[in-house]
Design a protein around this ligand. Sequence first.
Ligand code: AMP
Length: 302
Amino acid sequence: MLNIILFGPPGAGKGTQSEKLILKYKLVHLSTGDIFRANIKGETALGKLARNFMDNGQLVPDEVTISMLEQEVNKNPNAKGFIFDGFPRTKAQAEALDKLLKSINTSITMMLALEVKEEELKKRLLLRGKESGRPDDQNPLIIQKRIDVYNNETAPVKNHYSAQKKYIGVKGIGAIEEIFNALCDAIDRKLGLKKPEKKKGAVKKVAPKKVTVKKAPVKKSTKKAIKKVAKKTAKKVVKKTVKKTAAKKGTKKVIKKVVKKVSVKKATKKNVGKHAKKIVKKVLPKIIKKSTKKVVAKKKKK
Ligand code: AMP
């Protein structure tokens, strides 16, 4: 069964929207206000009792209202579902409704609440009073009293169904058709006939993009200049290292020659350490040996 509570303050448009919803979803409309008015018209005992409360903008006592609603539900054993309009209006009524529906193996599907600001409600009610002649819609004091009763006694019923995750608020201002569509959307989503609405402010999660920072292109001329400076520095380091090693080895005489002959052409900024070591280890001893031989030979000749 599809059981909807159409909730909202007096003048929110519950009656108008209920009439449209019952046609679309083939539901039974139960409006406690309408039932009381029909009883007043029929001059029944219930009507006489309810009239005093209604004319003063007060709620008809719970026991009376609950038992009346129970009878109406039981009159419709083959209903596909109900739209409860103007009921429950107190926490006691909400608890009684849950119990009643449980006894016939069903429950409230959702509470749809029409949200309308107070000023708009007052305007609408006075207009309706003029058009329909409803006495409780014609007196601004009674209208205010009904709005106060709603705020104090009825509005807290929202918490009862929010706790059951069944409360859905719908904007009750705009064209009748527009509001009707919003209500249908909410029902269809609940029934799984439509995709759930995206939450306000929800941001679709997107995998963070890899940020590749492109290096600013370096001009050819700048590259050349950098290479030149690097090479110069590398050569200097290699020469220094070689000189130092040669001096340590006690061959001061050949140092100049050695340094001249030592290949520092291949020295670069990157390989400077390695290159210097290589020269000191492999090249330098050979050159020293050679040079020393030459020096000795020259001396012998002399
Ligand atoms: P309505 O047509 O829903 O605005 O109701 C008109 C009047 O009927 C209300 O101001 C109450 O006096 C009475 N009434 C309707 N429904 C209830 C209810 N569930 N509980 C108590 N009084 C109700």
